[in-house]
Design a protein around this ligand. Structure first.
Ligand code: GCU
Length: 676
């Protein structure tokens, strides 16, 4: 329930005494709502760590923790810390042990109040990790500006692709009822630096823009503001029509432009720091500018114009694919968006999913990254496990996020990684962002699977710093959530880091993709072929027949490969130089194609499915050995869920292998059981 903010009691006498000796009181130079939250958090932590309050003093004492913004510091200290301040940005902070007027001080400072709150959480994390603090000297700043969760939450509280109960937003009882969960949600987000939340589903309902709902949104915005979290809404493109106000939503119509301008003004009246709109337009049946013969640029810029006077932004999604062009869905977003490079208004971010299809267990990076140097691009990861076993499978996603972020796009020469595109450093972007589709619901542990919390946590950490190692993140999370015991942390972080590869192995090895059963996307469904849109059918993606399997995206096929820079294009054109994890993403190959290990494609495919199953078996064993470190409730829950995961890994293996075997007509390797 307390997520990674457990603040487990610090028991070791030495450690406890050292901490209590180092920090004997706290002094706040600034009195704002945000520092009030820092104070609350310190007290929550102190009670929980040490069973006592932290004394608050108006005058600075020896061995005090001192929270002050840069400009509140006395001139000599400002001078002394000049280089540290030069290293941080507007949201950054510094934590430093220093001597001031003969007193030993633990200073948390920042340019703005929000930095003080981030610094406080960071300081508390050091204690959670049992780090020495005598000589602490940390400076840190986020590398990405807009670090937002996307809730796919509907107004009736169902959650699209949500597997942790219903929406946490209790619209019916807002604005009056402020649930404690909203505050805990804000604390958790602020603790990892998430500074924005889109409250509503991308498949949007225009009702949320009505005065009645704006009032409810305002109540949430008021709760989140002190935690540095801005609220955003999804804007349904046809809202001017659906509200009954206008007969068109044509973005070039002056009345429509005025409607959006007025709407923005109205929202900002109630929520002066409203973040802006997230828009899914002309995608999967959602209305958009194309309905009026206009472009994404026309649509996005119209909204941007309405929001600009208030410093709001538009996050315009590039997740588009249409029925009219069924040749290769993977190509469409690039084809539609890249020609618009440089044409979007300054306050528009184009939000791009990590891969070109749809949040698969493994995808190559989206070719738009690096291909629109004159447009700010924002990453969209999916934290909720739509295609990765929902909230019943243990899959540690930061490992997957990291894989995408550190991939080299080569678009501006070597070392043009996706992370550099996203943090703006590759082409000097002013506006930067990263979004994560939330896995949060009203389940008592927030995410359903206890390990789902790590994916929320890890997303936040990577949005703050996309260069972080997912191992460090896993270790930190485990220590704060379960136990700092070395053996526990080492064993379980190994298990987490391997879990992503396991799911790829038992669901979609060797570049297979989108072979989940249709609609819900849970279990296997490679045989599905009867849906109205070709690209909704798994057979469209694996193209298995008696000759082979895989999607040819080279020059002899859809040529989607041409959307990538060289050397990727050249290397992947040839199956022999294509990384094996992407083999069937880019090639249609015979069942007896010989792979690097000298064995056939069929042999490798079947044994990889088997490996996936065996790895889940191993996870079960590993977890069984961790009983002594984990409370009974969480231990049992994870154990039971792992049993489900094992059953379903076998289901995936058996279903896929028996389906593909009718084409390959080849024997299974000896160690792979015959599907029943
Ligand atoms: C996926 C998902 C949909 C979602 C869509 C989107 O296709 O299945 O539920 O609406 O992505 O990202 O817009």
């Amino acid at each position: 329930h307390d997520l990674w903010l457990q603040y487990a009691e610090i028991t070791g006498d030495n450690l406890k005494n050292t901490y209590l000796d180092e920090i004997q009181s706290v002094t706040f130079s600034s009195q704002s709502e945000t520092t009030g939250k820092a104070q609350e958090e310190l007290q929550i932590a102190w009670r929980s760590f040490f069973g006592q309050e932290l004394a608050v003093n108006t005058t600075l004492q020896n061995k005090a923790l001192w929270l002050a913004t840069e400009k509140e510091l006395p001139k000599p200290l400002q001078q002394q810390l000049k280089t540290d301040f030069a290293h941080i940005n507007e949201e950054g902070f510094l934590i430093k042990k220093l001597q001031f007027k003969g007193k030993a001080i633990m200073l948390i400072s920042a340019k703005k109040e929000i930095g003080l709150l981030y610094g406080t959480f960071r300081f508390l994390k050091e204690l959670q990790l049992h780090q020495p603090i005598e000589k602490i000297a940390i400076t840190d700043s986020p590398k990405i500006q807009k670090r937002v969760l996307n809730h796919w939450d509907n107004l009736d509280r169902t959650v699209e692709r949500g597997y942790a109960g219903f929406s946490i937003w209790d619209w019916h009882l807002l604005p009056e009822l402020i649930k404690p969960e909203y505050i805990d949600y804000a604390r958790a987000n602020a603790s990892v630096g998430i500074n924005g939340t889109v409250l509503t589903n991308v498949n949007a309902n225009s009702l949320v823009l009505s005065p009645q709902y704006i009032e409810k949104v305002q109540a949430l915005a008021d709760v989140f503001r002190p935690y540095g979290i801005q609220v955003y809404l999804t804007a349904r493109f046809s809202s001017p029509v659906e509200t009954g106000d206008l007969e068109t939503a044509d973005p070039l119509d002056p009345e429509v432009r005025k409607w959006w301008k007025n709407k923005a003004d109205e929202i900002y009246q109630s929520i002066p720091d409203f973040g802006g709109f997230l828009v899914k337009a002309n995608s999967e049946g959602q209305p958009g500018p194309n309905n009026y013969g206009r472009t994404h640029v026309d649509g996005a810029n119209m909204m941007a114009e309405a929001l600009a006077p208030h410093n709001g932004i538009v996050m315009w999604r590039a997740f588009v694919y249409s029925e009219d062009d069924p040749e290769d869905r993977a190509k469409q977003a690039y084809s539609e968006f890249v020609p618009f490079d440089g044409q979007f208004a300054e306050n528009v971010l184009i939000q791009v999913k990590n891969g070109p299809i749809d949040f698969q267990p493994r995808e190559p990076f989206h070719p738009i990254f690096g291909a629109m140097p004159d447009t700010p691009l924002m990453m969209e990861f999916q934290i909720t496990q739509e295609y990765l076993g929902f909230s019943s499978h243990l899959v540690y996603l930061p490992k997957m996020f990291q894989e995408t972020l550190e991939t080299d796009t080569y678009t501006a020469g070597k070392n043009s990684t996706v992370a550099k595109v996203i943090d703006g450093s590759l082409s000097h972007k002013k506006l930067t962002g990263m979004a994560g589709v939330a896995n949060i619901g009203n389940e008592s542990n927030w995410t359903g699977h206890p390990f789902g919390q790590a994916n929320w946590y890890g997303f936040g950490r990577l949005a703050w710093n996309p260069y972080l190692d997912s191992r460090t993140i896993a270790e930190d999370w485990l220590k704060m959530t379960f136990s700092t015991d070395e053996e526990f942390v080492r064993t379980v972080s190994d298990m987490m880091l391997q879990s992503r590869e396991s799911v790829v192995k038992y669901m979609t090895p060797l570049g297979l993709h989108h072979i989940m059963a249709t609609g819900h996307h849970y279990g296997p469904g490679p045989w599905v072929s009867n849906l109205s849109r070709p690209e909704w059918n798994p057979v469209y993606y694996h193209k298995a027949d008696s000759l082979g399997v895989g999607f040819d995206r080279t020059t002899s096929g859809s040529d989607a490969l041409s959307q990538y820079a060289n050397p990727i294009q050249q290397e992947y054109e040839n199956p022999e130089t294509t990384p094996e994890e992407f083999l069937l993403w880019f090639h249609h190959l015979p069942w007896d194609y010989q792979m690097k290990n000298g064995k056939t494609l069929w042999f490798n495919m079947s044994s990889t499915y088997q490996e996936g199953v065996e790895e889940v078996q191993k996870m079960i064993q590993t977890w069984q050995g961790m009983k002594k470190f984990v409370d009974e409730q969480r231990f049992q829950k994870v154990s039971m869920l792992l049993q489900i995961q094992l059953k379903e890994a076998r289901w995936w293996r058996d279903a896929c292998l028996s389906y593909f075997k009718q084409f390959s007509k080849m024997e299974l390797p000896e160690n792979v059981p015959q599907p029943e």
